[in-house]
Design a protein around this ligand. Structure first.
Ligand SMILES: [Zn+2]
Length: 133
């Protein structure tokens, strides 16, 4: 795991903490770990148990490193472990995941980046990003 992915994972975990499927879909059923064993309380999903699901469409590269494009899920809702019979909640419920991300991130957000001239920091640049996907 690269440092960038590790930082992204930590931020997604810190934001969501529990399985997002349980938060946005009361009909989503119980959470399962990687071996298909029921997790008693999916609303609190430890760092070493939960998984990041990349939610956005058609993006490549850097976007895969952004916390605002991922949700925290149990392996069961993410990959269909447990008695899912091939049904994968994450794949079937992308709309619910995106709506959740829009709520927690805001559809419009302000991005700040350090500007440099000849390698010297000269201040913050601000840009407004309006999500359209
Ligand atoms: Zn779950």
């Amino acid at each position: 795991m690269s440092a960038l992915v590790g930082a992204c994972r930590l931020e997604v975990y810190g934001r969501d903490q529990g399985c997002v499927a349980r938060m946005v879909d009361p009909e989503s059923g119980p959470c399962y770990d990687a071996w298909g064993v029921v997790i008693a309380n999916g609303f609190v999903l430890p760092y070493d148990v939960g998984e990041m699901d990349y939610v956005r469409l058609g993006a490549t590269g850097d976007r895969h490193q952004l916390p605002e494009d991922h949700v925290w899920l149990c392996p069961g809702h993410h990959r269909g472990t447990g008695p899912s019979r091939g049904y994968v909640w994450a794949t079937a419920n992308r709309r619910k995941e995106r709506d959740y991300l829009d709520r927690v991130n805001g559809v419009i957000r302000i991005v700040e980046a350090e500007m440099t001239v000849d390698g010297e920091p000269v201040g913050l640049a601000r840009d407004i990003v309006i999500r359209t996907d």
